[in-house]
Write a protein that binds this ligand. Structure first.
Ligand code: LMR
Length: 396
């Protein structure tokens, strides 16, 4: 039966994990998959999360099933963190949603919801985007319409092109948006760009699907969430796909949620039933441990403050690395200034596949084939050798 299958290429980002691990060179730099590393090159469990896990171990009495929605108290806390407890949609009971296995699970449920709501709905996706976005949507049977979002050579967001593309949208089409810290560009819409996109969504009755995976790592938690909150307050409907992988450092525990802002409390009840039914088919129930730990952090004033402080430290370290890369670039005559203006873990450099290959082969520096680098994978010590290697390979 499996004879008809042909091998599929590995995911380009996840393949880098194995390649980097197998590289015997003592000094190697992993700028591949998006994980935050501290100045020692480690991805530690956050202290607040560790304390919550300890409490869970002591106090948890059962691991019996919770249901397709997962941990409802976790969901409510995360909803209030992301939207704000006083958000008009929260206050009016217009937010449906469930806990999901990471942001990926939320995106998959978003795709199912869009398709079940309107079988001919399409989704607009700006490119470049996270390489898993289009496959998730396409696997769920949604027609993906891509349009250019970012000019890598110019390091600029193509707002005019994006707004023109959305002008082709039909009512009930969806639009995938990066809430903040764009993956892979690091370049977000500015306030004017958001306003123009919102106007286009509103004019054509399009539904935003906002991917929120890096809030807290750009300008700060509240600032990073502001565009998504605003859109969810002013448009009748919005879908928010939230990941706790990076800002709670819960990567492998797979923690996330989908929040669906609906037009009425009654519509929210219907959407809730559809989400729970779709989740039941996909994974039955989401994994509990990481979400339970995140819930304890969010419920406890002290742990919450500790978590916020840890998140701020991560954000400040990334901002410092961005400044250091740009400064080292200036000293070396390389144009890396945009990196200092960009936000979050990633930037995409105008590197050819041959240059990326040269970085890996000759300098043990691992970047995504697209030229994306995970700035948060650097240490300050790495900055000078990485910039020097970029100077050598950039022309390839
Ligand atoms: C990334 O973009 O590197 C991360 O979101 C990890 C992943 O799953 O691809």
């Amino acid at each position: 039966m499996f004879k008809s299958l042909s091998p599929l290429p590995p995911d380009p980002l996840l393949a880098l994990i194995d390649l980097h691990r197998a590289d015997p060179r003592p000094r190697k730099v992993d700028l591949g998959v998006g994980v935050y590393r501290d100045e020692r090159g480690e991805t530690p469990v956050m202290q607040a999360v560790k304390k919550a896990e300890q409490r869970l171990w002591q106090e948890q009495r059962t691991k019996s099933y919770l249901g397709p929605g997962g941990d409802l108290a976790f969901f409510a806390r995360l909803r209030d963190l992301v939207l704000g407890a006083d958000h008009p949609a929260v206050v009016a009971g217009r937010v449906a949603g469930v806990q999901t296995p990471g942001g990926t699970g939320a995106l998959r449920l978003a795709a199912d919801l869009v398709r079940r709501s309107a079988s001919d709905a399409r989704i607009f996706v700006g490119t470049p985007s996270w390489p898993n976005h289009v496959p998730i949507m396409a696997t769920a049977g949604i027609d993906c319409r891509t349009h250019p979002y970012f000019d890598v050579a110019m390091q600029s967001v193509l707002v005019d092109v994006m707004v023109a593309a959305l002008g082709e949208g039909r009512a009930n089409d969806a639009v995938l948006l990066h809430g903040c810290c764009h993956n892979p560009a690091g370049a977000d819409l500015d306030a004017q760009g958001w306003a123009r996109v919102e106007k286009a969504l509103s004019a054509r009755g399009l539904v935003p699907v906002i991917d929120l995976a890096y809030h807290g790592l750009g300008d700060g938690l509240e600032q990073d969430l502001a565009p998504a909150r605003g859109i969810a307050a002013r448009l009748p409907r919005a879908i928010l796909c939230v990941s706790c992988s990076k800002n709670f450092a819960l990567y492998r525990d797979r923690v996330g949620a989908i929040l669906v802002v609906t037009e009425s409390a009654e519509e929210a009840r219907v959407v809730q039933s559809v989400l729970e039914s779709a989740a039941r088919v996909l994974w039955s129930m989401p994994p509990d441990h990481g979400a339970a730990a995140a819930r304890l952090v969010l419920e406890d004033e002290e742990l919450r403050a500790e978590w916020r402080a840890e998140l701020d430290t991560m954000r400040a370290r990334i901002a410092g690395l961005r400044q250091a890369l740009a400064a080292a670039g200036r000293a070396a005559g390389l144009k890396l200034d945009a990196i200092a203006r960009q936000k979050g873990m990633f930037s995409t450099l105008p590197l050819t596949p041959a240059a990326v290959e040269g970085l890996r082969r000759d300098h043990a520096i691992y970047a995504a084939p697209s030229g994306r680098i995970n700035v948060a994978g650097l240490t300050l010590e790495d900055v000078a050798p990485v910039v020097e290697a970029l100077g050598r390979c950039a022309g390839e």
